[in-house]
Design a protein around this ligand. Structure first.
Ligand code: ADP
Length: 638
């Protein structure tokens, strides 16, 4: 599965997400609207305050330095509020400028804090929510090995939201305030010159639209190059063992280099255009500046309105025009970023809600039956099952060929039922149905007579223990790993469980004993040791029903004996469904089921099956031969 331009499993869900950003606000903004509103208002006030100094400067030039006007003339401020006399007005202007700078700083700070609180707290909740949802997804979802995709949603996509909620939203507010505010001031001061100054704005908007259209496909290609590179890296790191043992480092490095070069080129495609855009905008602003300078300058030097213009222009107004013209570029140049962040956030929230909308098939029943106290009778009746072809958002999922066909059997409380048969016969699959890692398509799996689909998932899974072939250990101490699932268990209980699982001895031999940290995925322990930890975990959980998926990986005879002894203790008084590869371990089972191609082809006790002289008997004789030759080898070694 690659996360490239090929269709990914998320695409199917994504298509059905409507108006993702509206939904984002609808679901996550309430409760945080305070931060959002304060952020927006502070942003608005900060930008307004930043316009005050140039306006005051212009008014002061006219009223105080050139004496062109009698008194300070300020937009929105009645003359009655201003002090009389040149010097008091000068002090007033200086004070107001200082306050404006202070206000800009304070409001920018408030805006920064609240906008970030808003964006990051939305991001946090979205991340945790999608993680929770992800945990509930059907096991079949994870069979497609889309961990990279899920990681991307939880990580990159929530990050994209942050950039949008923080930067893009606030910058677009700033854009409106600045362009709108500046235009209003300029028109107030001198509408004719304002027309000259703002003449370039439509050109800037046009230029921006052209840029966005041109850059969009390049962005798409760049993003898919990033995806390809990530997939390649992920794959290369996961396969490091294979790469080393086959000396394929050069080959792998070449592949990474190709992907990286591709990303480099795609990124340059974007950058070439981006680096053209910014100076282009500045050039247009320059045109506007020159035009204003030319017309305003002529107006002032000749003392009469040039060309079609009428009326007068003061030096102060001219200064305000020139200062504010330059202020218009920055917010406008942000437009391309805003649009990019908007597009990214839209795609990201589509993916996030796509994940959240994936239907869960294996879920708690509406009205679960109470399982307590669990006796441990397990019944399979006419069970058929096939893996989903490829999980889709729709309910009419396509199923591959059935892997389990019409299987029926029963295990009485305390009994042991063993499953044997060739690899791929469906043994693991059959037992996973009891845990509801998957749901049957036909028939039913029952525990104490209750269909497992009528039992709450936590009740079911605490009644059924599962020791799988591949024992996963979390990064943490050995004690943490034994305690996983029974988080309140005392140290004493952990120790007892380890003793029962024959793990106590090797654990206490380790330098830090139970506090020894196992590395990520438990690589510091041998396979046999990991398995005993997993067994200890199950002993501690003390389930009434036990599923044992025997490891095919070979452990040495001594370890095997140890593990077998701990398993024997574990299975003594509980219902056990065990998959076995070495028949010697199952000959005492109450019932042995021989599976082939998803069906039970033989059943009975060890003796009955030998008498029947079918597949089991053949297999037994073959393994007996192995055992003898192994014994001979051992004798020969002596
Ligand atoms: P056994 O435990 O007897 O070796 P399994 O139950 O593991 O057999 O597999 C039975 C069949 O189901 C095999 O053909 C296998 O390829 C297929 N299978 C197992 N797991 C999956 C899965 N997660 N998705 C699709 N097919 C699967």
């Amino acid at each position: 599965m690659s996360a490239t331009d090929d269709e990914t499993p998320f695409d199917a869900y994504r298509e059905d997400v409507e108006r993702p950003l509206t939904r984002l606000f609808h679901e996550y903004a309430p409760g945080r609207l305070g931060y959002f509103t304060v952020g927006m208002v502070a942003n608005f006030l900060a930008r307004m305050a930043s316009l005050v100094p140039p306006i005051l400067l212009g008014a002061a030039i006219d009223a105080i330095f050139t004496g062109e006007s009698e008194t300070l003339e300020l937009p929105l401020v009645p003359a009655a509020w201003l002090p009389a006399g040149e010097l008091p007005q000068f002090w007033f202007a200086v004070g107001a400028v200082a306050i404006a700078f202070l206000a800009t700083a304070v409001f920018t700070w408030i805006y920064g804090v609240t906008a970030n609180l808003f964006a990051h707290s939305v991001m946090h909740t979205v991340r945790v929510d999608s993680f929770r949802k992800m945990q509930r997804l059907d096991m079949s979802f994870f069979d497609e090995k889309q961990t990279g995709e899920v990681m991307a949603v939880l990580n990159n996509d929530t990050q994209n939201l942050e950039r949008f909620l923080d930067n893009a939203l606030m910058n677009s507010a700033r854009l409106v305030v600045m362009v709108g505010g500046i235009a209003a001031v300029l028109f107030y001061l001198n509408w004719q010159l304002a027309v000259v100054t703002l003449f370039a704005v439509p050109a800037m908007v046009g230029f921006t639209i052209w840029f966005m259209r041109a850059v969009e496909p390049r962005y798409v290609r760049q993003r898919s190059a990033v995806g390809r590179l990530n997939t390649r890296l992920e794959n290369a790191i996961a396969g490091m063992g294979l790469t080393k043992t086959t000396s394929s480092e050069a080959y792998e490095a070449d592949r990474v280099s190709d992907s990286s070069m591709n990303m480099f080129e795609r990124t340059m495609d974007v950058l070439k255009l981006s680096y053209f855009y910014r100076p282009g905008m500045e050039l247009l602003a320059g045109v506007s500046f020159v035009a204003t300078f030319l017309v305003g300058g002529l107006w002032l030097t000749t003392g009469t309105a040039p060309g079609p213009f009428t009326g007068t222009l003061s030096v102060g107004d001219f200064v305000v025009f020139l200062t504010l013209t330059q202020r218009i570029v920055d917010p406008l140049a942000e437009v391309s970023n805003i649009v990019d962040q908007y597009e990214n956030a839209k795609a990201s929230s589509e993916r996030i809600f796509g994940l959240m909308d994936i239907p869960v098939h294996v879920d708690d029943p509406e009205d679960p039956v109470d399982l307590e106290p669990v006796a441990g009778r397990v019944t399979y009746e006419g069970v058929s099952f096939g893996y989903a072809d490829r999980l889709r958002a729709t309910d009419d999922r396509a199923f591959e060929e059935p892997v389990i066909e019409d299987v029926s059997f029963e295990a009485e409380p305390g009994e042991t039922v063993a499953l044997v048969g060739p690899t791929g016969a469906g043994k693991s699959t059959l037992l996973k149905l009891l845990l509801r890692l998957y749901d049957v398509q036909e028939g039913s799996v029952r525990i104490d007579g209750h269909d497992v689909r009528d039992v709450a998932l936590t009740d079911l899974r605490s009644a059924v223990g599962y020791v799988s072939q591949d024992t996963f250990l979390f990064d943490g101490t050995i004690a943490d790993n034994i305690r996983y699932g029974q988080f309140d268990a005392s140290d004493e209980a952990v120790r007892e469980a380890a003793k029962a699982a024959q793990a106590h001895e090797f654990v206490t031999d380790l330098e830090d004993g139970y506090e020894t940290r196992v590395g990520e995925r438990g690589v510091k322990l041998s396979g046999g040791q990991r398995q005993r930890i997993a067994l200890a975990r199950t002993v501690l959980a003390d389930p009434e029903v036990l599923i044992l998926d025997e490891a095919t990986s070979a452990v040495d005879t001594k370890t095997e004996l140890l593990i077998q002894r701990s398993i024997d203790r574990l299975t003594e008084d509980r219902t056990t469904l065990a998959i076995a590869h070495r028949l010697s371990t199952v000959k005492d089972a109450d019932t042995i089921l021989v599976m082939a191609d998803g069906e039970i082809v033989e059943r009975g006790t060890h003796e009955e099956l030998l008498e029947g002289d079918g597949r089991y008997a053949t297999l037994w004789r073959a393994q007996a031969g192995d055992r003898e030759s192994a014994a001979e080898r051992l004798v020969g070694d002596d």
